[in-house]
Design a protein around this ligand. Structure first.
Ligand code: HEM
Ligand SMILES: *[C@@H]1O[C@H](CO)[C@@H](O)[C@H](O)[C@H]1NC(C)=O
Ligand SMILES: *[C@@H]1O[C@H](CO)[C@@H](O)[C@H](O)[C@H]1NC(C)=O
Ligand SMILES: *[C@@H]1O[C@H](CO)[C@@H](O)[C@H](O)[C@H]1NC(C)=O
Ligand SMILES: *[C@@H]1O[C@H](CO)[C@@H](O)[C@H](O)[C@H]1NC(C)=O
Ligand SMILES: *[C@@H]1O[C@H](CO)[C@@H](O)[C@H](O)[C@H]1NC(C)=O
Length: 329
């Protein structure tokens, strides 16, 4: 396994999070209709197989670390965590989520299909694509951040995917009021916003996602030196160039994000926006100084995000292939 050596707090954080985060979220009504070991009897090896295939995919392509986590975010914010983000365009989905502007910056669909194929080989028709997205995201956090937590399962797969739902997704140009509005609409709160934004400590982004830096209307809290570096990096090819989300240690998910926000070294207005209110700025400072508290809050917030508008019981279906509904249209 070509993995970076785990940070020193791996063991302690694992203990903290396995004991604390699930206990917190089990009590939380936000865990909703999901459960912590949904496949315990129907497919006991499901989580182990997902972890193994996720590790294998990431060891072959480290850019998949961020891709797995981002897909979970994009899926959950558009008609809920129902794997609608994976559906190809068809007659009944003439303009799927993928087809909208985010397509060029998404990816990882083939990787999800690969994980699904490994599960179909051991328990056909049992494990939903929506749960696979959630578990690959959780496992990427373990691989990229060195901490882990239980992720409830039992999501079912959606039947429709519409490009119009992309308006529910926060935009990198959003300021705090819009961000809060969009998260509140999904049942998430301000602490979830601050904690989850820490995902931007790693991974990569396209220059086209931060036009404000490049065209001179950047927020004054951005670091001028950094803005200059970005301009140079993006100069050649605005649409296809990707840059690291963090100027430091870009493959490692950590609370480094919060000191990046404080020094103005982030890519998005939505990142710097966290400094614009005293309560969110105080949380930025707190997470910058307290890595373990951030890890616990990040895990708990990701579990909460993972319960947005989920389909359970007999709603939706369990897809055979992640890119197409079982009826094929
Ligand atoms: C709060 C509002 C958020 C906004 C406005 C936002 C926006 C964006 C944008 C525009 C990109 C760059 C896409 C590209 O150009 O390729 C990005 C990257 C990323 N986002 Fe966010 N995001 C937000 C929250 C989140 C959350 C909640 C997560 C997950 C917990 C997340 C995880 C990521 C990751 C991992 C990447 C890097 C992807 C990669 O390496 O391929 N983001 N985000
Ligand atoms: C997962 O990987 C581990 C370590 O390589 C291996 O021992 C285990 O058998 C694998 N599990 C499955 C279900 O493939
Ligand atoms: C359908 O989705 C697969 C992966 O899920 C992707 O590789 C392929 O390009 C898509 N095809 C079309 C026509 O969009
Ligand atoms: C800009 O970023 C550099 C490099 O991280 C840092 O040394 C400097 O203090 C930052 N400037 C401000 C005003 O925060
Ligand atoms: C912060 O607030 C100021 C004044 O209200 C505003 O001009 C600025 O655009 C805001 N910055 C962000 C990143 O939201
Ligand atoms: C789904 O993906 C498979 C293989 O990855 C491909 O053969 C098939 O055409 C895709 N279905 C649709 C509807 O694009």
């Amino acid at each position: 396994m070509a993995m970076a050596s785990p940070p020193a707090c791996m063991v302690a954080c694992f203990l903290l999070l396995t004991l604390v985060a699930p206990a917190l979220s089990r009590k939380s009504p936000d865990a909703g209709p999901l459960s912590y070991d949904f496949y315990g009897r129907s497919c006991p090896k499901a989580e182990e197989v997902i972890r193994n295939v996720t590790e294998e995919i990431i060891s072959e392509d480290s850019t998949m670390r961020g891709t797995f986590l981002k897909l979970f975010f994009y899926d959950c914010f558009q008609t809920g965590c129902d794997a609608s983000i994976l559906l190809n365009q068809t007659d009944s989905n003439p303009s799927s989520e993928q087809e909208k502007q985010y397509r060029q910056t998404l990816g990882g669909f083939d990787a999800l299909n690969k994980v699904k194929a490994a599960l179909e080989a051991i328990c056909p028709g049992i494990v939903s694509c929506a749960d696979i997205i959630a578990l690959t995201a959780r496992d990427s956090v373990m691989i990229s951040g060195g901490f882990t937590f239980a992720m409830p399962t039992g999501r079912r797969d959606g039947l429709i995917s519409s490009q119009w739902s992309t308006t529910e997704l926060p935009s990198p140009l959003d300021h705090l009021p819009e961000l809060i509005k969009k998260l509140t609409a999904k049942g998430l709160d301000i602490d979830n916003l601050v904690a989850l934004s820490g995902a931007h400590s790693f991974g990569r982004s396209h220059c086209s996602s931060f036009p404000d830096h490049l065209y001179g209307f950047a927020d004054p809290t951005f670091n001028a030196t950094y803005v200059n570096d970005l301009r140079m990096a993006c100069d050649q090819d605005f649409w296809n160039t990707v840059v690291n989300n963090s100027p430091v240690n870009p493959n490692h998910l950590s609370n480094r994000y919060y000191s990046n926000v404080q020094s103005g070294n982030t890519l998005f207005t939505s990142d710097q926006a966290l400094l614009n209110r005293s309560d969110t700025a105080a949380k930025v400072a707190f997470y910058a100084a307290n890595q373990m508290f951030w890890m616990a809050a990040f895990g708990a917030s990701l579990v909460k995000m993972g319960s947005i508008q989920v389909l359970t019981g007999s709603a939706g279906e369990i897809r055979k292939l992640c890119n197409v509904t079982n009826s094929g249209n």
